[in-house]
Design a protein around this ligand. Structure first.
Ligand code: ADP
Length: 264
């Protein structure tokens, strides 16, 4: 069981956390953008049923930057997939950006993802035969935007992630950090409301990971996103406004606990 959003406590000064959202966003903070109730997820495997969560509840208010931590295999990626309409719950209700994601057909789910969700994974999954600019333009082309317009938007986004001089580079001609920046630009080019990031810095060295995380923080704030990051990196998780731990099918808010551990 997660605690209510109001449980996000004032942050100690020693912890470099995300600043409070602007007042305009605080006003909307009462209406959660994610509402998960009594979520159950199990997989059928050769050894029988694998129960990941039985009664998982989660609310995330608009504008929050949330880290989800927990041991490998706890179901963190599965939860992100369910929130992003990439996987279906076994039962329970999952409202995400005013949409009951469990009720969507495959076609509706694809449209929902294209409009509402920016997804970033540990590996960039850029298409190797296309340039950075073409990769970023893909989601807009998929929704039917004209190529010149989509490429123009991609150019703007590459500037925003600091890669204005890499438009024509193919993924193989970019560093790991640059590839992840392009992946972030591609995730956000459609102006989604939610950023779901699954170990976005997991494949990077610590300096590059820190820089990519800083970029995520900046994009989160500048674009009024609600962002959920799955990470093993507690240093980065500590910079989020709220830290949730998923373990043994249970979600616990460990924001205060993590802050106190850092201080002692
Ligand atoms: P985490 O992200 O916390 O490491 P995952 O969500 O990736 O965990 O996986 C949780 C568990 O569910 C793992 O034990 C994994 O093997 C299992 N799992 C994930 N997807 C499937 C699937 N499609 N079929 C069966 N088991 C799965």
């Amino acid at each position: 069981m997660t605690q209510s959003p109001s449980a996000a406590a004032p942050k100690p000064s020693r912890v470099a956390r995300e600043p409070e959202p602007p007042a305009s966003e605080m006003a909307g903070a009462h209406s959660p953008i994610i509402q998960v109730q009594e979520l159950r997820k199990s997989y059928r495997t050769a050894r029988g049923s694998l129960e990941l969560f039985d009664n998982l509840n989660l609310e995330v208010p608009v504008g929050e930057l949330v880290a989800i931590v927990g041991p490998s295999g706890a179901g963190k990626s599965t939860l992100l997939h369910i929130l992003g309409a990439l996987d279906a719950p076994s039962s329970g209700t999952v409202y995400c950006a005013s949409t009951n994601v469990a009720s969507l057909s495959a076609r509706e789910a694809a449209a929902f993802r294209n409009r509402q969700i920016g997804y970033v994974w540990q590996f960039h999954y850029l298409l190797p035969e296309f340039t950075a600019q073409e990769n970023v333009a893909m989601p807009l082309l998929a929704r039917g935007m004209r190529k010149t317009e989509a490429m123009h938007a991609a150019d703007r986004w590459l500037k925003e992630v600091g890669l204005e001089d890499r438009n024509d580079h193919r993924p193989g001609e970019l560093s790991g950090g640059e590839q992840q920046r392009v992946a972030l630009a591609r995730a956000l080019v459609s102006s989604p409301r939610l950023l779901l990031a699954d170990e976005p810095t997991g494949d990077l060295d610590s300096t590059t990971a820190g820089r990519v995380f800083e970029l995520i923080e900046r994009l989160h704030l500048n674009h009024g996103l609600t962002s959920i990051l799955v990470t093993h990196n507690m240093d980065l998780a500590m910079r989020c406004r709220r830290i949730l731990k998923l373990e043994s099918g249970t979600m616990t808010d460990i924001t205060d606990f993590a802050s106190k551990s850092l201080q002692s």
